[in-house]
Design a protein around this ligand. Sequence first.
Ligand code: FES
Length: 353
Amino acid sequence: MLARTLTVRVSRRMLMTTDVTAFELVHPWGRALPGYRAGAHIDVYLPGGFMRQYSLAQAPVPAPAGPGAPDPGCARYVIGVKREPSGRGGSASLHERVQEGDLLAISTPRNTFPLHPEARHHLLLAGGIGLTPLLAMAQQLAREGGAFTLCVFARSREHLAFAEELVALGPNVRRHFDEPADPVAGSPAQRLDIAELLRRAEPGTHLYLCGPAGFMRAVLDAAAQCHWPEAQVHLEYFAPPAADAVGLDEPFTLVIAGRGIELPVAADQSAVDALHDIGIDVPTSCSQGVCGTCVVPLAADETAGGMGATGATSAMSEPDHRDHCLTATERRAKVALCCSRARAGGRLVVALA
Ligand code: FES
């Protein structure tokens, strides 16, 4: 873990729904916090020894600038945390043990889920608490004049977090509930035909999605049906889909291009662990292939393959990609070292700065 950590004070706890609480974090002595762009997340170190990643759920609010300050930083961070009764304890720790006034250690913000400025329109699809990064994106786009539609999917109105913030965004927000809008009258649920929505999107639209695994699968299936350009789909998972849980198996060789380093990675090790053992630290956050923090460029393997133009032999290694954050196009050039490996005990060649 290379990210800088800092201490923040919980200035407010805000009950959003029966199971979602927002936490506002500020500098303990009122100074500015490091700036970020919408889509960023932070690691939060919790009572009980947990560390969890949470997206920043608010577009950056600049801190009051000092005279001549080039970058005023941010006044606060806001995270929204859903309590998961069957989770691994991180959300329960926050909900039960973290109160206003408490100090927490966090990482500085990282952004592996940014807005793409080349998009002509931004279509943001949020399932449940997956709303948090997309809410910040919508606020940032609204502030900067970007074209967007935010579709929020929730079980019911009572389960809709950040409802006031959504109202403030105006007509660019569409709310969709699983339950009928009026259960007594039995009016139909405000469901959305996602495939139809995607088919009607104007050319140049980029799609961003964040939510539970089933929601993500449904949207990705709809995007595939519509032949949505893969380079215009951007997603962030909470956790690896259960059926695709990361596993470690075959040993392989990790090669660091241009540095003469060939490193055996044991069956029960990750590439990140093997690098750490020889004193090379790669930044990590989720260690589950979800957040993209450990992604590095792939490089040519100069000891294999056919003759290159320079006379050197070269070929790209063939990674066994196990992440849930890279697109197929990105996987041709990058690899997530916390989880991915070389195929069948082969060689994985990467470029490290
Ligand atoms: S640390 Fe999150 S994808 Fe590797």
